[in-house]
Design a protein around this ligand. Structure first.
Ligand SMILES: C[S@@+](CC[C@H](N)C(=O)[O-])C[C@H]1O[C@@H](n2cnc3c(N)ncnc32)[C@H](O)[C@@H]1O
Length: 745
């Protein structure tokens, strides 16, 4: 490599706002391409800004194709080989829309190349068409990576690279069983994708990047991913965005409508035209006076008389709206219904539906972010609560704002989800308890987030949208809805049975040697026990439970941090032919000491612990050490126990040891060591991690920071009793060490 390639370049200049995308392109990417052996004239040519037509999006009244330009397209021996896109230094080039854009160039019918690369001046990254990262480095360290880069992308190497990618695709079997469960993803960007954020609210939404990471981790392209409690459709949308197939099922017709309308390929030019026509007609005839409101309401249909769930501030649906809101929505819907094309009409109805979320009397605006930022009470408080402060948002401006959001969402997905690929999605209304349309052993991965007991009655609360959208909910749907309580007064037993049935169905449809990730956020251990127990009885093997933040705290949690959990755990199971069951310890009736021990453990580790941290720890320890069933019988809600035994600091929202008390060392130190060692070794074994003594010490010491701190020797002697040394320095539980936790007591 030419030593002077960037030796004169001052990388701190990338921090200047004047260093933009074009400088990255000309000052940094171009020299790399030349050094690799490309030029403007040869067989190995640099093609600048090749125009490609967006296959599904047009602009202007003459339906001119929307054109995009990859910054450089590289030819090897006169044939297109790879593309590279320049981005400004502050842009993300590893995930998100920029990567999707570059991928779109690579798969475009007029280009079709096996590699796409991006560079933002700071970093250079290249992916193969199947989404694998081929190389990634800091540009300031290019000399270290030069040989690898040359081996990959220089013209003489390219033929070999291409063959390797093909061979990888055909030969390298994806080894499902050796996949490792993910650790907690710390940086969650819930608002980072236009295809989800700002499209349509729903009661609880997974963060798309967490879901996408799980899909990428447990599947390969073309695999089938199922979510039988699909909600707003994050799983299926992300499955399609990563070139997998997706099955979305939900009992709520609103959920099915949302996902279908978002994914339906739409001619955006025609959508724009229809929107303009509606706007013109609406603004000419919009009802403006109380007299107009009543005349409009006499003329056009609107939902009326539907009884709202108990706990609502008003009795029937029409009272959720002022007469102005009701009449303007009725007129707007009338105009949308006149549109002929089904895809345009559906998309407009989606925009209408998300407009309803703001144009009603339960819309609570944000006190700090202004009138336009806020949410309706069904999503915020899980009941119909009339806002104490009336907000009079303009109906059409709200509709127009949502129109822009949905155009942005559709543009974002169009390169990947379009006429050709949308058939990879199956979206239908149905019940997770009977997956009739899905054959035995046909699904490669399940990511699902079922209802959490009585927190949210989805069908009751969706009435505001379902009624406007003319979507029917039958008595049978209510019977099948997996919740506790709600308008149909479902019992815990109903809920448990429905959840258990759905787990059995998931087992049936999943292939062997595949994974299921089950998101759950209930604070009652009984349900955790139910899930793991049913899953084990159905044949699943429990692998791990991971705490995963979902990107934002719910309003309910902010209001009442004391009793509502904001965290969630993702439990990973696999379906294997000889599943191992997790240990059932013979603990006797009183597990108070173990509970106190586990709680003191987190308090010591984190210097004070939040309700979520304590709950997560108890659930995970309970699951893995087998005391969850006793925990669930004795402590349905851990809060009273916490209040009785620990102090709560309102400011930090953490539980602490009671003033002037010490950790209670009722469990002998050796037993405590054993308690933690067993749980840790078992977890490491399941996750396929090596257990070096130094890692064990690092993990265990903070948990024992309690009264007398043991030395390494004490830990080693317990370890030797319960585990065997394998290889140089790795430890595995003895078979006989798996029985009774209290052998030592
Ligand atoms: C926690 S939400 C899922 C949210 C989703 N993960 C998201 O990110 O938007 C649970 C969903 O389960 C649905 N549901 C409840 N009972 C069901 C059943 N028996 N079959 C299918 N879906 C059901 C509810 O309508 C709700 O949409």
């Amino acid at each position: 490599m030419n030593d002077s390639l960037f030796s004169d370049f001052d990388f701190s200049s990338l921090d200047s706002p004047n260093f933009k995308e074009d400088s990255v392109r000309e000052d940094l990417i171009m020299p790399v391409l030349k050094e690799l052996g490309y030029s403007s004239q040869s067989e190995n040519k640099i093609v600048r800004s090749k125009k490609v037509r967006h296959p599904f999006v047009t602009v202007g009244s003459n339906e001119l194709p929307l054109t995009n330009f990859p910054d450089y397209l590289l030819e090897v021996d006169g044939k297109y080989a790879w593309v590279i896109d320049a981005k400004a230094p502050n842009e993300d080039i590893k995930t998100g829309k920029n990567v999707e854009q570059a991928y779109f160039y690579a798969i475009h019918p007029e280009i079709r190349v096996p590699i796409y690369a991006l560079c933002n001046g700071r970093e250079f990254i290249a992916f193969d068409i199947h989404g694998e990262t081929l190389i990634c480095f800091s540009l300031s360290e290019i000399e270290k990576y030069w040989h690898k880069l040359q081996d990959l992308l220089s013209p003489p190497a390219f033929d070999r690279t291409q063959k390797k990618i093909e061979a990888n695709k055909n030969e390298a079997e994806f080894d499902y069983l050796s996949r490792k469960p993910l650790e907690e993803l710390k940086k969650v960007r819930k608002r980072g994708a236009r295809r989800h954020f700002g499209v349509h609210g729903y009661f609880t939404k997974q963060s798309w990047d967490v879901v996408q990471s799980y899909i990428r981790n447990f599947t390969k392209p073309n695999d089938t991913v199922l979510d039988p409690f699909g909600g707003s459709g994050i799983t299926t949308v992300e499955a399609l965005m990563t070139n997998r197939k997706g099955i979305h099922i939900d009992i709520n017709p609103l959920s099915v409508f949302l996902v279908k309308s978002l994914l339906i390929p739409t001619n955006l030019q025609k959508l724009q035209e229809s929107f303009e026509e509606i706007k013109k007609e609406y603004l000419e005839n919009v009802p403006k006076t109380p007299d107009d409101y009543e005349k409009t309401l006499d003329k056009y249909p609107y939902p009326k008389g539907n009884v709202l769930p108990k706990g609502s501030d008003v009795a029937t649906i029409e009272h959720l709206f002022s007469r102005r809101q009701l009449s303007q929505l009725a007129y707007l819907k009338h105009l949308i219904r006149k549109v002929e094309s089904a895809d345009i009409k559906n998309t407009l109805l989606l925009i209408f539906s998300t407009t309803i979320t703001k144009i009603n009397r339960t819309y609570h605006h944000s006190t700090y972010a202004g009138e336009n930022a806020g949410d309706c009470s069904a999503f915020r408080y899980y009941r119909f609560r009339i806002a104490p402060e009336e907000v009079n948002l303009d109906t059409f401006s709200t509709f127009e704002g949502k129109f822009k959001n949905i155009i942005a969402a559709k543009k974002e997905i169009a390169p990947v989800i379009n006429q050709q690929t949308v058939r990879n999605a199956q979206i239908y209304k149905g019940t997770a308890t009977k997956l009739e349309k899905i054959e035995n052993e046909s699904v490669d991965y399940i990511y699902t987030d079922p209802p959490y007991g009585k927190k949210i009655p989805y069908l009751d609360l969706s009435i505001m949208w379902n009624a406007w959208l003319d979507l029917e909910v039958s008595e049978n749907d209510y019977q099948l809805e997996a919740i506790e309580g709600g308008g149909h007064n479902k019992t815990r037993k109903d809920y448990s049975n429905l959840l258990a049935e759905s787990i059995r169905e998931m087992y049936r449809v999943l292939k062997f040697d595949r994974w299921m990730s089950f998101v759950f956020a209930h604070k009652d251990p009984e349900y955790w026990h139910l899930i793991v127990d049913t899953a084990e009885k159905s044949g699943f093997e429990y692998v791990s439970a991971v705490k995963q933040s979902n990107g934002q705290t719910s309003f309910k949690k902010r209001q009442n941090p004391f009793t509502v959990l904001s965290g969630q755990l993702i439990i990973n199971f696999k379906k294997v032919r000889n599943p191992k069951s997790i240990m059932k310890a013979d603990l006797g009736a009183d597990i108070t000491d173990l509970i106190i021990q586990a709680i003191e453990g987190v308090i010591a580790k984190n210097t004070g612990a939040t309700l979520e941290e304590i709950n997560d720890e108890l659930i995970i320890k309970g699951l893995e050490l087998g005391f969850l069933d006793i925990l669930s019988r004795q402590y349905q809600d851990i809060t009273p126990f916490l209040l009785a035994n620990f102090d709560y600091d309102k400011e930090t929202e953490k539980y602490l040891l009671k003033k002037n008390t010490k950790f209670r060392s009722q469990i002998p130190i050796e037993l405590r060591i054993r308690f933690y060692l067993e749980s840790m070794l078992r977890r490491f074994a399941r996750e396929g991690k090596a257990t070096h003594f130094s890692d064990i010490i690092l993990e265990i010491m903070p948990l024992l920071k309690n009264g007398v701190t043991p030395d390494d020797q004490t830990i080693l002697s317990v370890l030797e009793q319960i585990a065997d040394k394998v290889g140089e320095d790795s430890w595995r539980l003895k078979e006989s060490g798996q029985g009774n936790l209290f052998d030592l007591a």
